[in-house]
Design a protein around this ligand. Structure first.
Ligand code: TMP
Length: 253
């Protein structure tokens, strides 16, 4: 049997050549990393959960007219996506102070921000993904002013959608990261949401208890990451029936 061609391997995903030109197969690994891969582990079932969760969010975005790279899920760990040219930025939207913002500004985690704040990091592991002002992005030609206006508009639509969906299942969307890609349709270029949307790239807190349901569980050793992601998937009704990591029964008072 012919081996398919690996295009790229990242920390949590692998991209393979797709069945048609302009497509790729995105494979979700069980690997978890934090602090620029200084901390590493394998979390059984994470790839399966993130494949489902990213499918759920991307499909929802497509349905409300926010374009994404998602075409369809292929199996437990793989989805068919559109090939894009990734803009080398992490687009971060924050609704509440947490993580690096809370640390940088000495704010209490969970402080509500006056409005959603969009910020950008330059995607470069060797440099530790430094925060960059829009001025740098435009001056260095990573994106144009028009691109940046479109990216901010996309990011805020993703924020409204994700915040609403999560609120509906009792989860507060603290912040998240997306990546944006370019696709060409004839002479026209469009910007679309790419990469993944999952608890690996969001901060999700239970509204009632403040319990962390995202990768901070792994970063800060707060318990089982698989349990946290399973809980998010269960609440959203996208729990795969045959994942290796079975959810624990919950006590009903
Ligand atoms: P931060 O507080 O560490 O800057 O992260 C903000 C949000 O962006 C948080 O939800 C985690 C996410 N994020 C990633 O998914 N990947 C990254 O490389 C970074 C820096 C942040």
């Amino acid at each position: 049997m012919a081996r398919r061609k690996k295009i790229y391997e990242g920390k949590a995903k692998i991209l393979y050549e797709g069945p048609e030109p302009g497509t790729l197969v995105q494979y979700f690994k069980d690997d978890a990393t934090a602090y620029n891969a200084e901390k590493k582990a394998t979390v059984e079932g994470k790839g399966v959960l993130n494949n489902r969760l990213s499918e759920f969010f991307m499909k929802g975005l497509n349905a409300i007219g926010v374009p994404t790279h998602f075409i369809r899920r292929l199996n437990m760990r793989e989805q068919l996506i559109r090939q894009v040219e990734i803009i080398p930025l992490e687009v971060i939207v924050r609704n509440y102070a947490a993580g690096s913002m809370a640390e940088r500004l000495g704010m209490d985690e969970g402080t509500q921000l006056p409005r959603p704040i969009v910020e950008f990091s330059y995607k470069d592991d060797k440099l530790g993904d430094p925060l960059v002002p829009e001025e740098y992005i435009i001056a260095f030609g990573w994106a144009t002013q028009q691109d940046m206006d479109d990216i901010v508009a996309l990011a805020l639509r993703v924020n409204d959608f994700l915040s609403g969906v999560m609120y509906g299942v009792g989860i507060r969307l603290i912040d998240f990261k997306i990546e944006i890609g370019r696709i060409w349709e004839g002479d026209y270029m469009r910007l679309i949401v790419a990469d993944e949307i999952s608890p690996d790239s969001c901060r999700l807190w239970d509204i009632e208890t403040g319990q962390r349901l995202d990768k901070d569980v792994f970063r800060r050793d707060l318990g089982s990451l698989a349990d946290a992601y399973t809980e998010v998937a269960r609440r959203l009704g996208v729990l795969p029936s045959n994942i290796t990591h079975a959810p624990k029964p919950t006590l009903i008072n």
